[in-house]
Design a protein around this ligand. Structure first.
Ligand SMILES: Cc1cc2nc3c(=O)[nH]c(=O)nc-3n(C[C@H](O)[C@H](O)[C@H](O)COP(=O)(O)OP(=O)(O)OC[C@H]3O[C@@H](n4cnc5c(N)ncnc54)[C@H](O)[C@@H]3O)c2cc1C
Length: 509
């Protein structure tokens, strides 16, 4: 047989199991299935997409997780195009977001042209409106201070505080890092969150000068370098699922992987899943009534799915739990990840027709119970056209701070979200205006830009890569956001393909 023929056969015999049906797992599965590898995709919950999820609220399909993607790098757009969804790509309303919780309870538009909230010009009208005259003068001292007294600062919070003062830090930078990373500026690594900024500071002699140089002539509103999909981001999930099925991927929902074990023959792996319950057996079928007088039936045998390669695409905690027993040198865990809750509200409020706070509101940490708000029907025209009402998403919780909604039942959480929305939007809203509400809880991954995080993820990657036939993808390794997760999953799947298909040099002899 020809070398090409050997490769085709080899690809068709190289079984891949992907654990986790979020975007990372779906993309990794797609990349492997494209070259003819037989792929099984296991998803623990009853639906694919992971954090990209939607619900129907008051007759409208609404994103309740990820609602956009960053254009940077172009990889999300390339996937969207590959799946035939380019016509659905839409831009958000360029009005941008506001910041609330200013002294005296005020709110103002987030200034344009900054970087992570750091202004290029502290005296610009939109900046001064947020930090006041004293804040602007304090920030201006940055221009007069010699850059080398600071040197190369690692912590974003320390850098901004020392160069520009507390008003810039608390009212501009902290709302952005809290909203984007669920983290405090002090915990963010400047070189990761704003690559090149420290060097630009040294070159230009000031932090604001460095921001101006890196931003160039850009005057876009913060957050506008993103796109959405008309109809919602779950269209991406649906299109990916259809493509996977078309390529013959065995997609299994409600199927959590329980363990990864070495295959009996010693040259591969097997993934253990619970055996399918026999209908009506209370030991295995949770819907069957249990009889307390009967002795407990033995737990069902696990089923083993043999594979030459296993790609783990779950959250960090699950990934470490599954991989640590088979990957020497992988730390099994102890990760504290931020928990956030998003309460999505449909409200009948004509006062919001004027979009009083642009596309949404970031908050000065500590000023409000909610962390941020997105006025979805102001942000996305397709959504505005889909309903006569307003849709707002109120988020709670951040690193080191449990969501205020956590201990509340759904009704109480909706009531709190409505009260916070009224404050953040500067508009009276009462219960009679609430048409529908939905609450969703997420365990976010640690921000990739957190200080010390690169070393943690590099160590995890190195340990996984040192174990043939295993791979890991997902936001915990790639960084939060589809623009990080998708290219990383493609690259890791490519590594798996290379290792499985070309790693055995004999095949090319
Ligand atoms: C509230 C919120 C809003 C966001 N908004 C945006 C946004 O607008 N734009 C953007 O780009 N990014 C956004 N992000 C980030 C982005 O959504 C994520 O980084 C990305 O979707 C993560 O994908 P993933 O596949 O790594 O993980 P996940 O989506 O978490 O998927 C992991 C999957 O693994 C499954 N799983 C876990 N354990 C097992 C097991 N043992 N066996 C089988 N399956 C298992 C889970 O059920 C889940 O489906 C947002 C994140 C959050 C939390």
């Amino acid at each position: 047989m020809s070398e090409v023929g050997d490769l085709v056969t080899h690809a068709h015999e190289t079984r891949v199991v992907v654990i986790g049906g979020g975007i990372a797992g779906m993309v990794a599965a797609l990349e492997c299935a494209k070259v003819g590898m037989p792929v099984t995709l296991l998803e623990a919950s009853d639906r694919l997409g992971g954090v990209v999820r939607s619900v129907e609220l008051d007759g409208v399909t609404v994103d309740v997780g990820a609602e956009s993607f960053a254009v940077r790098g172009g990889t999300v757009a390339a996937l969207v195009a590959e799946l035939g969804l380019s016509d659905a790509v839409v831009s958000p309303n360029p009005a941008g977001a506001w910041v609330a919780g200013l002294p005296g309870g005020g709110a103002a538009p987030m200034p344009v042209g900054g970087m992570l909230g750091i202004p290029a010009n502290p005296f610009a009208d939109d900046v001064r409106r947020v930090i006041g005259w004293p804040g602007a003068w304090r920030a201006y001292l940055d221009r007069l201070r010699p850059p080398m007294t600071i040197g190369h600062e690692k912590s974003l919070g320390a850098l901004v505080r020392r160069r520009m003062g507390a008003a810039v830090l608390d009212r501009l930078v902290a709302p952005v890092t809290s909203g984007v990373y669920s983290a405090r500026p002090d915990d963010i690594d400047v070189d990761l969150a704003a690559p090149g900024l420290n060097n630009a500071l040294t070159r230009t002699g000031s932090l604001s000068g460095g921001v101006a140089q890196l931003r160039g002539a850009a005057t876009t509103a913060p957050g506008s370098a993103v796109r959405g999909l008309a109809g919602g981001m779950t269209r991406l999930v649906d299109a990916l699922r259809d493509r996977l099925v078309e390529l013959g991927v065995d997609v299994r929902v409600n199927t959590p992987a329980q363990a990864i074990v070495a295959d009996g023959d010693g040259d591969g792996w097997a993934v253990e899943i619970a055996a399918a319950p026999e209908s009506g057996d209370p030991a295995t079928d949770p819907s069957a009534p249990a009889d307390p007088t009967e002795p407990a039936a033995p737990a069902p045998e696990a089923t083993r799915l043999p594979a030459e390669a296993v790609i783990v695409a779950t959250s960090e905690a699950q990934a470490r739990h599954l991989l640590a027993p088979v990957v020497p040198d992988l730390d099994p865990g102890g990760i504290t990840a931020p928990v956030v809750e998003i309460v999505t509200l449909v409200v009948d409020a004509p006062a919001l027709d004027a979009h009083p706070r642009g596309t949404g509101v970031l908050t000065v940490p500590g000023s409000h119970t909610a962390k941020a708000l997105t006025h979805s029907t102001a942000k996305w025209e397709w959504l505005r056209k889909a309903t006569d009402h307003h849709i707002v998403r109120v988020s709670f919780g951040a690193q080191g701070e449990a969501p205020a909604t956590e201990a509340l039942d759904d009704d109480a959480a909706a009531a709190l979200a409505l009260a916070e929305a009224a404050k953040l939007l500067g508009t009276a809203l009462d219960r009679s205006q609430l048409r529908a509400a939905h609450r969703e809880r997420y365990v976010q991954s640690q921000p990739a830009a957190a200080i010390g995080r690169t070393a943690v993820t590099a160590a995890a990657r190195a340990a996984v890569h040192a174990t043939p036939g295993l791979a890991a993808v997902g936001a915990w390794l790639a960084g939060t956001g589809l623009a990080q997760v998708i290219p990383d999953a493609i690259a890791e799947a490519e590594r798996v393909r290379r290792e499985a298909l070309w790693g055995d040099a004999a095949i090319l002899d």
